[in-house]
Design a binder for this molecule. Structure first.
Ligand code: ATP
Length: 253
């Protein structure tokens, strides 16, 4: 089925101040793939991801989600397919309570109240924050906010999840819960992150971005074992591949 393919062709983005953040990027991601987008600070990962559900529209080149080119006319439909988890959860949470924030999207779809309730509860349970349901989001910790932001997206039952730094600010247990949650999401996942150990757990394919261009695109293990490529992209081998006994779990065996 083609309707879940993400296809980016020769995408370029220049910010109003002249910063050219993305320079001619092309790739194709098939339904069910789990793909990491990695690269140093300022490499262009967020700018690229913001194009995948139309927060930015292509200035040059194109983005296609399945059969639809991303344009101002298609963006509303594309957002029903592509769920975006932003780098800063404050960009996603704006209602008086956690419940209201998670219910906002399903209510906007016009779903009946019983269906909204089921979706909200399911999303809150899956992200382990059902106990925060009546709390105001602005009073939550950074990690709690991130979990609620993820719940707002899951409640929309997207076919494609796009996430910018989903594990930042999470304590080790919350990070593990997130990894388990994402491992159970069997549709397409596109994850921009500096957490290369999480990439090892979740993504069979990795795209390396450097100064707005694709430096490499291939099997995650091949990329993480290529020391020269990692150095050129200002990346380091994940801890687990460095022979660290704690990260590899050897000490707990
Ligand atoms: N609104 C903006 N206006 C001008 N320049 C911007 C804007 N947002 C980002 N940039 C610049 O675009 C480039 C790419 O930034 P981007 O946020 O896409 O990188 P990133 O790979 O996501 O970085 P990080 O890992 O630090 O989040 C950087 O040089 C950044 O300073």
């Amino acid at each position: 089925m083609s309707h879940h393919i993400v296809e980016v062709t020769d995408l370029t983005h220049t910010y109003p101040d002249g910063t050219m953040a993305v320079r001619g990027i092309s790739f194709r991601i098939h339904h069910g793939e789990s793909v990491a987008v990695v690269g140093a600070n300022g490499a262009g990962k967020s700018t690229l991801l913001l194009h995948l559900n139309g927060y930015l529209t292509p200035q040059h080149g194109s983005v296609r989600i399945g059969d639809f080119p991303l344009t101002k006319a298609t963006v509303q439909d594309i957002r029903k397919t592509v769920g975006m988890i932003f780098q800063d959860p404050d960009d996603q949470l704006f209602m008086p309570t956690v419940y209201d924030d998670v219910a906002f999207g399903p209510l906007n779809l016009g779903l009946p109240p019983e269906e909204v309730e089921i979706r909200v509860q399911d999303a809150l349970v899956r992200t382990a924050v059902a106990h925060l349901r009546e709390r105001p989001p602005y009073k939550l910790s950074g990690g709690e906010k991130r979990a609620v932001a993820i719940a707002t997206v899951l409640a929309m039952t997207p076919d494609i999840l796009v996430m910018d730094e989903p594990s930042s600010n999470l304590d080790p247990r919350a990070r593990r819960t997130l990894i388990e949650l994402l491992a159970g999401f069997h549709h397409t996942k596109i994850i921009a992150t500096h957490d290369l150990d999480m990439v090892l757990d979740l993504c069979e394919r990795t795209i390396v971005i450097h100064e707005g261009t694709i430096m490499a695109d291939g099997p995650t293990l091949d990329i993480f074992n290529d020391m020269e490529l990692l150095a050129r992209s200002h990346l380091e081998k994940p801890f687990r591949l460095q022979g660290c006994p704690i990260c590899s779990g050897e000490l707990s065996r």
